[in-house]
Write a protein that binds this ligand. Structure first.
Ligand code: PAF
Length: 292
């Protein structure tokens, strides 16, 4: 039977006890509204860890617009069921008061291109909010493996870097993006798309494929790869591209000429909904490999 905790002290005691009994802990941080993408993270954690804690917390620090925070879906009862069905043993669902008390004074900020470009530029302060809450969740959970989706690739790179820089006792594990049959990456935001927007949305994945094909066919000029992705989206009138980019997969700088492990990333608006997606491609010694 899955156990649900709201208090930091209670979940911490539970996970400390598990480790004292020789059991390993897996952590799956989420903001709830769980879908098959989250389920795949929980299953991955359950394969490797004895105790799997899914955290469900809609973190106010990482939202820009108050309306976004207010309208973010909150579905705790079904989240608990999905977590349970996929092998979680614990859900930690704190209130804002429990996490931040009467206000947050200490925050965590990762400097440099990793947080300044792309999502960092489009959503000022967002990654400080993510870094702060993830640091708190890691501090609450203690030594563990933590599972994050590659769907939010820039977030994953930041969390990896932060955990390494702060010597946190957490192994950060990135898991492949789960997609619908037509290529659209699963996201809690997809439910906000109108039927027409939903039909248009897979063009983002096709644009990433066009960029990856361009790299695989030998392009080393980042501008050429970005143009290929932009052109693929331009044919879809319902989509307003925010950015298309190709960056180094760990530093988020753009190497020119392109080489090494690269990440192609896009963000776009469909009506009121903003979607992001990404794909990996590696250039090494003249060979090109497409990632997930
Ligand atoms: O990816 C998310 O759902 C959130 O950004 C995270 C990592 C749970 C932090 O609030």
């Amino acid at each position: 039977m899955i156990e649900v905790f709201e208090a930091i002290a209670d979940v911490r005691a539970h996970l400390d006890r598990a480790r004292r009994d020789g059991r390993t802990v897996g952590l799956v941080p989420t903001m709830g509204a769980l879908h098959e993408g989250h389920a795949s993270l929980v299953r991955r954690a359950a394969e490797a860890c004895d105790v799997v804690c899914v955290t469900v917390f809609v973190n106010p620090l990482q939202f820009g617009e108050p309306e976004d925070l207010d309208s973010y879906p909150r579905t705790l009862a079904t989240d608990i069921l999905l977590a349970d069905e996929n092998g979680a043993t614990v859900v930690f669902a704190p209130t804002v008061q429990e996490m931040y008390g009467d206000g947050t004074v200490t925050t965590v900020s990762v400097a440099g291109p990793l947080t300044e470009v792309l999502e960092g530029a489009s959503r000022p302060g967002h990654f400080d909010g993510v870094a702060t809450v993830v640091t708190k969740l890691f501090a609450i959970a203690g030594p563990c493996r933590a599972y994050f989706g590659e769907k939010d690739y820039q977030q994953l790179a930041i969390v990896r870097r932060m955990a390494a820089d702060l010597s946190l006792p957490v192994e950060v594990i990135g898991c492949p993006t789960v997609r619908d049959d037509d290529g659209l990456a699963l996201s809690s935001r997809n439910v906000r798309l109108s039927p027409e927007e939903r039909r248009a949305a897979p063009v983002l994945h096709r644009a990433l494929g066009a960029g990856a094909d361009c790299v695989r066919s030998g392009a080393t000029d980042p501008g050429v790869v970005v143009d290929a992705m932009t052109a693929a989206v331009a044919g879809e009138p319902l989509i307003a591209l925010d950015y298309a980019a190709v960056v180094d997969a760990s530093t988020f700088a753009t190497p020119a000429p392109l080489h090494g492990d690269l990440r192609l990333l896009v963000a776009a608006r469909l009506g009121k909904t903003r979607l992001i997606d990404n794909l990996g491609v590696t250039v090494s010694d003249g060979t090109h490999r497409r990632g997930k």
